[in-house]
Ligand binder design. Structure first.
Ligand SMILES: Cc1cc2nc3c(=O)[nH]c(=O)nc-3n(C[C@H](O)[C@H](O)[C@H](O)COP(=O)(O)OP(=O)(O)OC[C@H]3O[C@@H](n4cnc5c(N)ncnc54)[C@H](O)[C@@H]3O)c2cc1C
Length: 442
């Protein structure tokens, strides 16, 4: 991968998000001692979803966020609100034959739940209900698409195999798996809307309050922040990629990975239509590490991922590596040759967490300390739903079938291949080889 000064000229790099600015005012930080029924650590979709539901159920809940609610992947992602499972369907069917049907039901329900959440709180997030397509750019990928669609439909998914041009995909995409539910949103606005809802709920929200330690004891669980101590009956760890920094998180639960996005300048609507992209559907590809392309409400194209970088050391704020930005721009020009002159304008990225099974995980780390993670780069719809299901259980309700299907009896995990930089680099090479030698089909 080369630095590609020509590809990246004019890009503005931001260490937050291109979707939204940080909030002007923050909730206060924790000072001193607090007693509460439940603490939620992390104000992303999962933490906000959990806290909102607990508050709705009348539980005294305290949400602790290291920066501000929505600071993490929640405000940074590409905005595909989808029932797509993170792993390739053929791999999931081979590794988890008995869990696949339940995981698909969970993912479908998560879109229904998110739709209702957006509606209930009147969140304006530029939602286009287009569905999404996992698309093929080579004949080999198209064969995989057909097989995967069969597996998904056989296991109950609301999906179908479609062909490119006739469905309204841009010319470079031969066809793929159309997942009808959901569509594309502005995730920054969605995260801000959820933050507003949590701030208005009965939940106590503290920002700029990074949790350093969670210590269970006979008189409850003690959670420590720089200037405070919170004693609670129960704690939920919901800080996604950052959870590995808490000593109490089950070892190897997930591997943190940095992924990047580049947004183009606005494109005239006629030029966009001329690419064949009449469906406006959100597109991700069948590569080992996906490429993603979507149209935004400002008529730009947002191009994503291709590169997954293993998280080493502290997972702080960072900007996209210009070499990665250049690679994304090259990918864009390869898939959209008629838009080669369109300039990239902005780049940002974020930390995601990859679990060893590629499925969401939820369970009890130790007495009264729970963990929940529905990321794997696909948590926009799944994370708030998982949070709500866990909240219902903590509030004393009968655990929902979707929660029981994901619940882990023991907090024990095998190492994730996503923690190896070498492996991730090799995967990038393999994807580029398949681009070069895979037949386009025309
Ligand atoms: C570039 C990018 C593109 C993506 N595209 C999509 C997409 O199109 N569709 C999709 O479904 N998913 C996508 N994802 C994934 C999706 O954004 C995540 O799955 C989702 O945001 C996970 O929500 P979360 O609440 O678990 O984590 P996060 O949103 O990451 O929230 C975790 C929160 O915990 C806080 N925190 C961390 N440590 C502490 C601590 N010690 N104490 C207190 N708080 C702490 C952080 O500040 C953060 O606010 C993408 C992610 C990225 C980065």
């Amino acid at each position: 991968m080369s630095a590609g000064a020509a590809e990246t000229a004019g890009i503005e790099y931001t260490s937050f998000s291109g979707w939204i600015d940080p909030p002007a005012e923050h909730a206060p930080a924790v000072e001193g001692e607090i007693e509460t029924d439940a603490v939620v650590v992390g104000g992303g979709y999962l933490g906000m979803g959990t806290a909102l539901r607990l508050a709705e159920r009348g539980i005294d809940v305290t949400l602790l966020e290291a920066q501000f609610c929505g600071w993490g992947a929640a405000s940074r992602n590409a905005g595909y609100l989808t029932n797509t499972l993170a792993g390739d369907a053929r791999m999931l069917a081979a590794l988890h034959p008995r869990r696949l049907r339940g995981a698909i039901r969970f993912a479908d329900s998560s879109v229904t739940y998110s739709d209702a959440l957006i509606e209930r709180h009147g969140i304006e997030c530029d939602y286009e209900r287009t569905g999404n397509v996992i698309a093929a750019v080579t004949e080999g990928q198209l064969r995989k698409s057909r097989q995967s669609a069969k597996i998904l439909v056989g296991a109950g998914a609301d999906a179908e195999f479609v062909l490119g041009r006739e469905f309204g995909l841009p010319d470079a995409f031969l066809g793929g798996i159309f997942e009808r539910a959901g569509g594309v949103i502005n995730p920054g606005k969605y995260a801000r809307g959820l933050r507003d809802a949590v701030l208005k709920s009965g939940a106590k929200v503290f920002e700029n309050s990074p949790v350093g330690e969670i210590r269970p004891g006979p008189a409850g669980v003690v959670v420590t922040t720089p200037n405070g101590r919170i004693r609670a009956e129960r704690v939920v760890i919901a800080n996604n990629a950052h959870s590995r920094d808490l000593a109490i998180t089950p070892p190897r639960m997930s591997a943190p990975v940095w992924v990047s996005l580049v947004e183009t300048e606005p494109i005239e609507p006629e030029r966009l239509l001329a690419t064949g992209w009449t469906s406006r559907v959100g597109i991700s590809t069948h590569h080992l590490v996906l490429e993603s392309f979507r149209i935004t409400p400002r008529n730009t194209i947002l191009v994503g991922v291709r590169n997954a970088e293993a998280g080493r050391g502290a997972l702080g704020a960072r900007e996209v590596d210009p070499r990665v930005a250049a690679d994304l721009v090259r990918g864009f020009r390869q898939r959209f040759p008629s838009l080669r002159d369109v300039a990239p304008r902005r780049a940002w990225g974020g930390w995601i967490a990859i679990t060893p099974s590629w499925l969401p995980v939820v369970g009890e780390a130790t007495d009264n300390v729970y963990y929940a993670m529905a990321c794997n780069g696909h948590g926009l719809a799944q994370a708030p739903y998982l949070g709500a299901l866990l909240a219902d259980r903590l509030a004393g309700g009968t655990p929902h079938e979707d929660l029981r299907n994901l619940w882990r009896p023991r907090p024990w995990f095998t190492p994730s291949p996503a923690s190896s930089s070498l492996l991730l680099r090799a995967v990038w090479e393999l994807d580029r080889l398949s681009d070069r030698f895979g037949r386009r089909g025309d």
